[in-house]
Design a protein. Structure first.
Lengths: 213, 213, 213
């Protein structure tokens, strides 16, 4: 299990970084300043994990381990110095968000199972962790969340990833390799769904889509 | 007290269902897809209770008892298959929301009192539980929350219901019958306030209402 | 340390009042009614502290001490009876918000340090407490948060105040006088930044500001 814990921590910090970059990119698109970029990076990167840790009733990792503050700072600086073209903001945002999604649905599920939640609750918490940071990011920036955008599929890959993780942990097959496969699968599904506009049925049978979201 | 606990659980699951339907109906109105409908149903149905349980420092019921996941799934399917007319979305949304409000102001207050909070805190937490799920639902869907809509009264019935519940529990008169009376009263007040545009005074003495919210 | 705790409680209640007034003023500007004013005052005044207490895993002060409910009621009545001119809403809102910011970055940091968090986490939680209530206030009222408004500096003064507080507590120099100096400094910096449009660099190097936020 120690191995799984180490993988979870490593993946967790990387996931924080990916979501943090998505936060800084949204800050750039909304015309926020450097401080707003850092705050939105922190909220996107740490929000899902803080929600997860509050629910399983432990002090949030972001507040007990200062290492969690490094990814948002790196993300803010990266976007500040390396980013230039305005036309690529939205695309990059989706890609980094998808990378975070792929990692957090795994780490959220694992941490929940380690705290003794049953598998169904573990999957629910994994999905909450995965979509929580991005949801907070979009809500505080006053956007309709990507999570609810009916033009492509967002939550389904995270649900699949959390379910596979619970299955792998339950069968004892979870390790670095299988974890990487799940993360890659979730990432690929999300990016492909966005690129090719894979869609789920609308909320009401028989209703037609309007032209835009 | 066991009786009160059983009533609370039954009412709680029913309240989750009512709010979940309101979430799926809002998802329909916003043009979200089926997955977004399930997510908004879950957030509306479970959000208030999760907030309540975080505040009284217990693992949220939604994450310890898988039964809480059934009402959002049912609500999503119900809206998907049975719903048809677009003109009735807003009306039905208010009615289901009112039903959830009537039940959650009771269960929230009871759970708070059972955890030893004093009556004032119990009432505050009951109101938080009752309005929390609907507030989260409207906020993540990027709407001005019903809670703050000055065209009718929303929170007052919930405050009254939470206060009556605290009184009934304190005097030992809380049971299935008195609980049902309180829930019906809150539901009726909310629906009547909406139907007949009962209003509270504006936030500033002497200011006039604009034409719309 | 008892002295520091007393100072923290006094400052905390005063901070709740300042943020509560900002909430009622925003409710006035948005055309909400008296109940919405009370709710937005409560959310703005108590939201940051509740988030802080959830993170350090204690029952939120607002739910264990009924005294915390008095400031929102006072703020709602104050705005209802004493407020008249529409043109001053935005200005007063910023001033009261700044006063709350100055106090909460101190009380949040102190409470975190008392619960044994390390200084970096204490500063992070102090900033979270200071900006949390105002963020929730703006988000539920469906506004782009003041926190992210690139036309002036908002979070930097709070970060400075939380950092100075951690330094003063760590060196044993924190007391009523030094606390008051820090609060005044944060308040003054925030109000001056707003009055004279002090700005931070944008999120991306070389991008130009658009005319408005």
């Amino acid at each position: 299990m120690t191995n799984a814990v180490d993988v979870a921590l490593m993946i967790d910090l990387l996931g924080v970084f990916f979501f943090a970059v998505s936060g800084s990119l949204l800050a750039a698109r909304k015309g926020f300043d450097l401080v707003g970029s850092l705050l939105l990076a922190s909220l996107a990167g740490l929000g899902g994990g803080v929600a997860r840790d509050l629910i399983i009733d432990t002090v949030p990792a972001a507040f007990s381990n200062p290492a969690y503050l490094i990814p948002p700072v790196l993300a803010t600086l990266l976007v500040y110095f390396l980013f230039s073209g305005v036309e690529r903001v939205s695309n990059l945002l989706v890609v980094f968000d998808a990378a975070g999604l792929g990692l957090f649905c795994i780490t959220g599920t694992i941490k929940a199972l380690e705290f003794g939640l049953h598998p169904v609750a573990g999957i629910l918490l994994g999905v909450t962790t995965a979509v929580g940071g991005g949801l907070l990011r979009d809500v505080v920036a006053n956007e309709v969340p990507q999570l609810f955008d009916p033009r492509d599929i967002y939550a389904l890959p995270a649900m699949l990833g959390a379910g596979l993780t619970a299955l792998l942990v339950g069968t004892g097959w979870f390790n670095v390799v299988t974890g990487a496969v799940v993360a890659t699968l979730v990432f690929a599904l999300r990016v492909l769904a966005w690129r090719f506009s894979w869609r789920a049925p609308l909320a009401v049978l028989g209703w037609k889509r309007s032209g835009t979201a």
